[in-house]
Design a protein around this ligand. Sequence first.
Ligand code: ATP
Length: 306
Amino acid sequence: MVTALQTRNLTKVYQGKEAVSDVNMTIKQGEIYGFLGPNGAGKTTVMRMITNLVKPTSGEIEFFGEKMTPGSYEMLKRMGCIIEYPVFYDKLSARENLMLHGEYMGYYDPQSVAAALELVKLSDINNKPVKQFSLGMKQRLGIARAVMTKPELLILDEPINGLDPVGIKELRDVFRMLSREYGMTLLISSHLLGEIEQVADTIGVIREGRLVEEVSMESIRGRNSHYIELVTPDSTKAVYVLSHQLGLNNFKVMDPGLIRIYDDGITLSDLNKVLVLGDVGVENLSRKHHSLEDYFMERIGGEGIA
Ligand code: ATP
């Protein structure tokens, strides 16, 4: 698969403190990359460096294999972005705002304005001034503005912030369409896993400026998410009984006294019987489901994503 964007040891220092440290991020062409991290983790700073709004202290950014420099204007034309809140001319309509943006970008194609408005379902309210728009409509207009020049990479900083459930769903549908039907690559940041897990193909987790995880959703979903949890004071004996008497091999000792059994096809009562007969103290035996949130929490630890 083609790599759309690659950062190598990307670092930004503000007032002697690293806001972003050695970030190596790989975004594949056509995918939706969910960039997840608590407030202040460094998401915006990474996005600002990618879009050339801020100069990296060290490290490199490659866009489709080409190294980015402060003068890479042609490269930047191939990106669309909304970083921070999208600002418009309040008294002008959606169409007028996009026409102005086209002029500013040197992109004269009225057709693309109409197509962008159609894409985000804003065609019908052509003449209403933007000041009468809801937050969701403004976010959609921001996306129309970012995509009207047909960028290959679309960068959106917390686009879902402040939207109601209907607005969130509409926006997710737009993201999917841009990726699946238009082959666009999307980099979307969020501080909430629940907001992006449904659309992201890959999730990169940033914490205190460091990319601590980068994983495809497919590989997480393919993992065992159901298991039996055994709480016992006799872990060593339990491991012996599980492997030698029950012939199980897919289990893991999480902590002393806590074992996860991933093997399917064994009932709780059979398991309990064999353990007790093997003189293993069973304090608790229950079926559990490992959620996506658990997966990230285990790797990242502490608070920060919800
Ligand atoms: P948020 O969602 O709250 O914007 P974020 O993950 O996008 O969080 P950044 O805005 O990138 O985080 O901030 C990362 C760190 O860098 C923070 O500690 C922030 O205070 C610091 N920082 C960002 N911009 C500047 C700046 N211009 N000058 C000094 N420090 C900055």
